[in-house]
Design a binder for this molecule. Structure first.
Ligand SMILES: [Zn+2]
Length: 448
């Protein structure tokens, strides 16, 4: 953990210590302030409104919100409008990503080869129709291909040692027009070339058994011709967005400026295709909005950034982009990331926290103190690394995912609609997060 837990520090009545002996005062002071503190916190929690969250989810989940689509843009507009209406100056941070459409047609034939094969495309396989002599190229390492004439030929390559992409570029450099990969272990895998590249040539992937039969065939008949067709594969550069509202500390001066802690409350706003994503993750988005509204008026010594991320479902792209553009100084001051993802389903289990390394950190500790105070038991923690807390954790920032477990049966399905949302669950998680953050943030309410 990078920073230790700091308790609420009260500055207003320090003057009393002149009259009271220190030890006695300490006890008196703590009890009295604990009580005031609790009242203050409970009054803040009362201002969290599940109806607001429900309304946001209803608006956001009318359609799916796939990253890079008009529907995502509409969601981004909606989110920005809400943040703005609470008095924030909202930033829309745009980033690009590779959007790959898988092929609808894949055909591979080999002269004289009687076995039936079922080739699959790799992610980022390009479309094309190529015909040529088949050459066995081992693992496709540069030194293996060095003395082969691959011009206009299709190369048969085994998986292993180097990436599919590296093998392909080695073959393409030698003039090959197509690649047939085969697995180096039983069973099928989902292959990926990692990214789009202008030098790519059409390629397919076979099982180990299919590939080995083909190698035998080609070794027996060195002039064997193959025909490879891939249709419908497309790779585009697309745009998605993060939406950021920042609450600055209330009493900045030249000394404290750029030195205060930063907390990030975040949730992804995109969904998968064909799922309106009421719970995944209009729920976390709505909660981020409601917390931004509630925290706007609470003075604190900590900066709080409320962020909704794009393109989470495509591989945490928005949160990775966000963390990558932070300065070392910002990363150093970032003490916590609360990641809200699927926090309101009627049909899911209880609230849990997930950390990337399965270890407790500042976020889980603060949350457990809060959940014990509110519900009588600490929220359990386990391992999980498939949401937007991961880029933060990798940067060394204490981060945790808030999610109900087990997940609802509607996860990533068209049924993930507003009628599956529980207002009570939304209210519960929002209160826990709010209390956890108030316990970390030095609130100045006693000064009044
Ligand atoms: Zn999600």
């Amino acid at each position: 953990m990078k920073h230790s837990i700091s308790k609420i520090i009260i500055t207003a009545i320090i003057g009393l210590s002149v009259i009271a002996p220190i030890a006695t005062f300490a006890t008196y002071y703590t009890n009295s302030q604990d009580e005031k503190s609790t009242n203050f916190e409970m009054n803040i929690l009362k201002t969290i409104d599940d109806e607001n969250m429900y309304k946001h989810i209803k608006s956001l989940s009318k359609t799916p919100r796939v990253a890079g689509t008009e529907q995502e843009d509409a969601a981004v507009d909606y989110i920005k409008k809400q943040f703005d209406s609470y008095g924030y100056k909202t930033e829309v941070q745009t980033f690009t990503f590779n959007d790959y459409t898988a092929p609808h047609t894949i055909e591979l034939t080999l002269d004289g080869f009687l076995h039936i094969v079922d080739p699959s495309a790799l992610e980022y396989s390009v479309s094309g129709h190529v015909v040529g002599e088949v050459v066995v190229g081992g693992l496709g390492k540069a030194n293996e291909l060095q003395h082969l004439d691959l011009t206009g030929k299709i190369v048969l390559l085994k998986r292993g040692d180097i990436s599919f992409k590296e093998k392909m570029l080695n073959a393409a450099n030698k003039g090959a027009v197509g690649v047939i990969y085969y697995n180096n272990a039983p069973g099928m895998i989902m292959g990926s070339l990692g990214e789009a590249n202008h030098s790519f040539i059409p390629a397919v992937l076979l099982t180990q058994a299919e590939g080995e039969k083909m190698v035998k065939q080609v070794n027996k008949n060195p002039d064997t011709q193959a025909s490879l067709t891939i249709e419908g594969a497309k790779s585009n550069t697309n745009k998605s967005h993060n939406v950021i509202a920042t609450k600055k500390p209330s009493n900045l001066n030249s000394k404290t400026k750029a030195k205060h802690d930063i907390i990030v409350i975040g949730a992804h706003h995109d969904s998968v295709a064909n799922a309106p994503g009421a719970n995944d993750n209009a729920s976390g988005t709505a909660m981020t909005l409601e917390l931004a509204r509630v925290f706007k008026t609470i003075p604190s010594d900590t900066e709080i950034r409320f962020i909704t991320f794009g393109a989470e479902e495509l591989g945490l792209i928005g949160s990775n982009h966000y963390v990558n553009q932070l300065s070392p100084n910002e990363i150093d001051r970032m003490v916590a990331n609360f990641n809200l993802d699927m926090v309101g389903s009627k049909d899911a289990g209880k609230l849990i926290l997930q950390t990337m390394d399965d270890k407790p950190n500042l976020v889980t500790e603060l949350t457990q103190v809060a959940s014990t105070k509110l519900n009588g038991e600490p929220t359990p923690v386990n391992q999980g690394d498939s949401s937007d807390h991961v880029p933060f954790a990798k940067a060394g920032i204490p981060a945790a995912l808030f999610i109900h477990n087990p997940a609802e049966p509607w996860y990533h399905k068209p049924e993930d609609k507003i009628d599956k949302i529980s207002k009570a669950k939304l209210q519960d998680v929002a209160e826990i997060v709010t209390l956890a953050i108030m316990n970390q943030t030095r609130v100045e309410h006693y000064a009044k």
